[in-house]
Write a protein that binds this ligand. Structure first.
Ligand SMILES: C[S@@+](CC[C@H](N)C(=O)[O-])C[C@H]1O[C@@H](n2cnc3c(N)ncnc32)[C@H](O)[C@@H]1O
Length: 194
């Protein structure tokens, strides 16, 4: 299983905050949605070997960790991801990791705790950063995870802690949209048969 982890310090953390349909006003939920589409959708299908994680630190109830793996019983359309996220957030229950739809979970969990949980399962976590090592030169195991930020990147304190412990990889010499980095990572893994 491959993991893509999208972090946003401003994305909304309640279903109500998303109910007006203003995705840009809800902490740039549009960027989260574009990244998810690049992470999970194919032209005529889905990447069923990818788990996509959203970690949202926006108001009113941070942090929220949403996890989506497309499989049997989950019917999603790329035109309706905002609504899917809204419904998942609405069903959040304090103290639980709630499965709202098949393969879709929501819980309260911080970025560092999500990363630690993946590391505890022997999944290697890479940070996506323009200044990292070229992805073409990095050994990547089958059980891997890639962490990316939204338009604001990562909070300095968290980033320093993560960089002390994880390998930082770059997908090219420019600062790309979050969704573009996801597409490049998936392409690299496709070529490697991961
Ligand atoms: C639009 S960029 C963030 C820009 C933000 N101002 C910053 O300085 O971090 C969104 C995310 O895409 C990823 N990213 C952008 N360009 C990249 C590159 N060349 N290599 C790897 N990751 C990249 C990073 O994870 C970044 O947090």
């Amino acid at each position: 299983m491959k993991h893509l982890i999208y972090f946003s310090s401003s994305a909304a953390t309640s279903g109500k905050a998303l109910s007006g349909g203003d995705l840009m006003g809800a902490g740039r939920m549009d960027i989260a949605i574009h990244s998810f589409i690049q992470g999970v959708f194919l032209s005529h299908g889905f990447r069923k070997d990818v788990t996509f994680h959203f970690i949202f630190y926006g108001m009113p109830d941070p942090p929220k960790h949403i996890q989506i793996t497309v499989g049997e019983g989950l019917d999603i359309s790329k035109k309706d991801i905002g609504n899917l996220i809204k419904k998942i957030l609405y069903k959040f229950k304090q103290g639980e990791n709630t499965e709202v739809f098949p393969g879709c979970f929501v819980e309260k969990k911080s970025l560092l705790n999500v990363i630690q949980e993946l590391l505890d399962k022997d999944i290697e976590v890479f940070i996506l950063d323009q200044d990292g090592k070229s992805i073409r030169e990095v050994e990547i195991p089958k059980e891997c995870a890639f962490l990316l930020g939204d338009h604001e990147g990562f909070p300095k304190k968290e980033l320093k802690r993560l960089k002390d412990n994880l390998t930082t990889v770059s997908v090219g010499p420019h600062m790309y949209f979050a969704s573009q980095t996801v597409a490049v990572v998936n392409n690299e893994l496709d070529y490697r048969g991961i």
